[in-house]
Design a protein around this ligand. Structure first.
Ligand SMILES: [Zn+2]
Length: 224
């Protein structure tokens, strides 16, 4: 997953495109990859040790999401995770142009999308318009709730959520970091099953679990 990209690209050149894109290549087109710096004050708010976290965010053109909305949501989620000492130094952004059906992807189309941007460092966060087969406005796949290698460690955020997208995104990223679907019903806690503008807090034991599991899963790098 964190292999040298140059080597992977080289390796990919020898694989027929049909294996990489079971969807027709013109249905999922990679428009670009970029790194957007995160405002320094959101890199981490803890005074203690910090842990670098680099998810890959995927913007789908004409999904209702814009680069600005995506960056706002990601910055807000970085601010929330900062209370655990988790810092997001840059937003790794991939922009896709897709045919209409991939803006509201069902499960097999989600697999196509995840496969279509490979190689990319996980977790992958897809900003989609909607999805007919999942009712929740944001959802994720951990290591144990899917058998699809492509879907493991992916987060899907629908456009309906734009006003609290940062909170929903932080919530889903905690599921991925801690590799757990656990919810708690405590007022104001980020891990309530339903997100609203007040559910942003994490308790010290949640933070230590996120950090420990995040390091074990290879998603967090301790910074001195
Ligand atoms: Zn949840």
């Amino acid at each position: 997953m964190f292999d040298n990209p140059a080597r992977l690209i080289l390796a990919m050149a020898f694989i027929p495109p049909i294996l990489l894109f079971p969807a027709r290549a013109d249905e999922i087109e990679l428009l670009g990859r970029s790194e957007v710096p995160v405002d320094a004050k959101y890199r981490a708010t803890a005074d203690t040790r910090t842990y670098e976290f680099r998810p890959t965010l995927v913007l789908i053109n004409d999904s209702g999401w814009t680069k600005k909305l995506l960056i706002n949501a990601s910055t807000h989620s970085a601010e929330i995770l900062g209370q655990c000492g988790v810092g997001v130094p840059v937003i790794n952004l991939i922009t896709l142009k897709t045919s209409e059906k991939y803006k509201d992807p069902d499960r097999s189309q989600r697999i196509d999308l995840a496969r279509g941007i490979s190689p990319a460092a996980k977790p992958l966060v897809f900003f989609i318009r909607s999805s007919g087969d999942v009712m929740k406005d944001a959802f994720s796949y951990g290591k144990s709730n899917t058998r699809s290698a492509e879907l493991k460690d992916t987060v899907w955020v629908k456009n309906a959520l734009s006003d609290i997208a940062g909170i929903a995104l932080a919530h889903e990223l905690v599921h991925i970091l801690s590799n757990s679907g656990e919810h708690i019903s405590e007022p104001g806690n980020l891990m309530n099953e339903d997100a609203d503008t007040t559910t942003v807090k994490l308790k010290p034991d949640q933070c230590s679990n996120i950090v420990r599991r995040g390091i074990e899963n290879g998603f967090l790098n301790p910074k001195d």
